[in-house]
Design a protein around this ligand. Sequence first.
Ligand code: NAD
Length: 259
Amino acid sequence: MRRFEGQVVVITGSATGIGEATALRFAAEGARVACLDVNEAENDATAAAARTEGVEAMALACDVRSRSDQRAAFDEVTAAWGRIDVLVAGAGIYAGGPLPEIPPDRWDDIVAVNLTGVLVSNGLAAPVMIAQGRGSIVNVSSMAAKTSWPYSAEYSATKSGVIGITRSAAMELGPHGVTVNAVCAGNTLTAMVRKVAAEIGPTVGMTGDEWLEMRAGDTALNRLAQPEEIAGVVTFLASDDARYLTGQAIEVDGGLILS
Ligand SMILES: NC(=O)c1ccc[n+]([C@@H]2O[C@H](COP(=O)([O-])OP(=O)(O)OC[C@H]3O[C@@H](n4cnc5c(N)ncnc54)[C@H](O)[C@@H]3O)[C@@H](O)[C@H]2O)c1
């Protein structure tokens, strides 16, 4: 029995990395997946790969910074499939640097993607799930919200804000049978983390690869995560096994928090 047979799952940031792995995991478990991303070529490829699991999948061009883009995409999903059982708000970007050098437009952009994007998608899923009397929202936060490192104020601030949205939404939607949780991913081997490593490594006298090796050594498991390992927790949070779990920011960090 596939856990999400016939369910409708909307995923933002589905073109690559954690979002892509999540879309494919839901598809493998029987869900119809709506993939929302700005990277149209990679997003089309995600949807095509999802279809090979024998489910319907749509790739929708959507910049989460744009409320009208998101509204149009959600409208398309409900028009086609009539419901939304799961929302995974995963679209995100990284920015970091010394505090005095944070350009205002870079701050505005990371807030628009990581924070406003999540707020808007939660707000669009909410009325659909309230009307259904059930649903699950999983927002993708980061261990940057639970721990931190220098030169990461922008990213840490937005990912902390995602936890704030998650907690409040859990209280607002709980009475309607809707759970809302966040995953705080540790360093996960995606294009994003390699870019982060290449930027941060040199600020502490390391190459990007050396920085990633150091981060791996900071975990109890002594390695970084694979995107599929984050996707596994996302699907658990959206599953019936997690019906009584809400308002939590789950650390999927290989034991990073212990050090
Ligand atoms: N990789 C890590 O170590 C790590 C750790 C903690 C949290 N995260 C979070 O996980 C999520 C996925 O990151 P990833 O590591 O898979 O990186 P990634 O760059 O592979 O994935 C990010 C996805 O978001 C999409 N995206 C970016 N801006 C967008 C926009 N304006 N509108 C729509 N889509 C947009 C990208 O096209 C891409 O598909 C992000 O929210 C990230 O902050 C990643």
